[in-house]
Design a protein around this ligand. Structure first.
Ligand code: NAD
Length: 471
């Protein structure tokens, strides 16, 4: 029986390994992590992450060919294929701080693999890493090898949070990069066989190591760029009377462009887009390509601009001050169908409003009070881009309360900011909400999810991203 071990039981490691276990009953899958609380959660009824369909798969496979454990060394030693899916955040100190990927977790995983391995291994980069990371990993492994042979593969993960299981079941592509040697190609074939259990062959792409590593950064940069492009257009729409939904529809009809990922919003978030673009920027700078670096930096700058623009719109619409006013924040997760708040635009928007002394009542379908309080009391790292939304002084935690539902959040509020596109925000009883708000009652729809016309008929003053104010 082939044995797989995945180091890192996070948003990527957990779901990807659960799907491999489900689709490959003949493979034993161990998911290991140094975080005892995360592993305990994976072994409980309350999984550490929310993804539609994940609970059922874990329940079906756990105790059969899927296990979650803190016995990292034991399972690494026993495995034939080791996926490394540890976090690769942006460095906060030292060389490359604010841009470069922090590979500390990766390096410690690689050193541990070298320490405990007693048989040849295939080591798979599942984390998103800078191009050429495999070279560094190879050095660490081979210099500590004790005669054991390692093949490094790059197999970046393209799943999107919120649709992780669907994406894993039916991926647009599976990308596997490896060395062009006979051993490298053999390793590629071994990993290909795993995916071939459910992924059609024509969707499994094989490349050299550097192409695979760079493709992941490139894909995220392209996706984020698309959002910044439509958001930049949304500002121009507001200034000219054009409507971003109509513009996006017309533009997306061009088959070279396509209709997906053209929704204007308050900005992109999530743990990956900003971090991966910063990483790309750093790699460009290190390779003597400052113009290319500046090109990609703009994607982040437009994103910051969009969040800032939203905050300014809220404050200026509410008579240039939100001091002491209650603002209901509907949605805190960085997108719908996930409880993940990493780099969510809600953090910057909330901090911007708190900086103007607003009182916030926050409701999200999945995000917990603990997450919200933690995210809002943390000072974001001072990134190397010009727009800063954080107030200079620490947040007064008393300015923030967390509500059980949208009705509680909006009771007695002067304004509502919709920051996540949760479906339930489309169907709230806005008549009831209007009745219990201060007047004039404002709605600032950062995701363009509500029917602005209907809300205006009720009496709300509505701002939608990229749409004329009187539309
Ligand atoms: P995560 O923070 O949720 O999970 C990483 C896990 O690795 C943590 O539980 C941590 O405790 C564990 N870990 C760190 N060092 C370890 C070690 N030495 N031994 C054992 N466990 C260790 O991160 P994530 O969101 O799953 O992302 C993992 C990687 O995948 C990142 O590089 C990310 O950029 C990439 N990625 C993420 C997504 C996404 O949507 N979240 C999508 C594609 C790729």
């Amino acid at each position: 029986m082939v044995k797989i071990c995945c180091i890192g039981a996070g948003y990527v490691g957990g779901p990807t390994m659960a799907v491999i276990a489900l689709k490959c009953p003949a493979i034993e899958v161990a998911v290991v992590d140094i975080s005892a609380s995360r592993i305990a959660a994976w072994n409980s009824d309350q999984l550490p992450i929310y993804e539609a369909g994940l609970d059922e798969i874990v329940k079906q496979c756990r105790g059969k060919n899927l296990l979650f454990s803190t016995a990292v060394e034991k399972h690494v030693a026993e495995a034939d294929i080791i996926f490394v899916s540890v976090n690769t955040p942006t460095k906060t100190r030292g060389l490359g701080a604010g841009k470069a990927a922090d590979l500390t977790y990766w390096e410690s995983a690689a050193r541990m693999i070298a320490d405990v391995s007693k048989s040849n291994k295939i080591v798979v980069e599942k984390s998103t890493v800078p191009v050429k990371t495999a070279e560094a990993i190879e050095k660490i492994l081979t210099h500590n090898s004790k005669g054991i042979k390692y093949q490094i593969l790059s197999n970046p993960e393209f799943l999107a949070e919120g649709t992780a299981i669907e994406d894993l079941f039916n991926p647009d592509r599976v990308l596997i990069g490896g060395r062009e040697t006979a051993e490298g190609q053999k390793a590629i074939q071994a990993l290909k066989q795993v995916y071939a259990n459910w992924v059609p062959e024509d969707r499994i792409i094989t490349t050299n190591l550097w192409s695979a590593e760079l493709s992941k950064l490139a894909a995220n940069a392209f996706l984020a760029q698309r959002i910044s492009s439509v958001n930049a257009m949304s500002a121009l729409c507001e200034a000219t009377g054009a409507n971003i939904s109509q513009v996006a529809h017309a533009v997306g009809k061009d088959s070279r462009i396509g209709p997906k990922f053209l929704n204007a919003s308050v900005g992109f978030g999530g743990s990956c887009f900003q971090k991966d673009i910063l990483n790309l920027v750093y790699i460009c700078e290190c390779n003597g390509l400052p113009e290319v670096a500046n090109y990609w930096k703009q994607v982040i700058q437009v994103n910051d601009y969009q969040k800032n623009r939203f905050v300014n719109r809220v404050v200026s619409s509410m008579f240039n001050t939100v001091s002491g006013k209650k603002i209901a924040i509907l949605g805190f997760a960085f997108k719908k169908d996930t409880g993940d708040t990493r780099e969510t635009p809600a953090i910057d928007v909330c901090k911007g409003l708190l900086g103007d002394k607003a009182h916030l009542s926050i409701y999200d379908v999945q995000v917990t009070e603990e997450q919200i309080q933690r995210d809002l009391s943390m000072n974001k790292f001072d990134w190397d881009h010009p727009i800063h939304l954080q107030p200079a002084s620490p947040i007064g935690v008393k300015q923030v309360s967390v509500a059980w539902d949208a009705y509680e959040a909006t009771k007695g509020a002067h304004g509502i900011c919709i920051l996540t596109e949760w479906d339930e925000f489309k169907t709230l009883d806005y008549n009831k909400i209007f009745d219990h708000m201060h007047k004039p009652a404002f709605v600032f729809d950062g995701r363009n999810v509500v029917d602005a016309e209907k809300l205006r008929q009720i009496g709300f003053i509505v701002y939608s991203i990229g749409k004329p104010l009187d539309a």
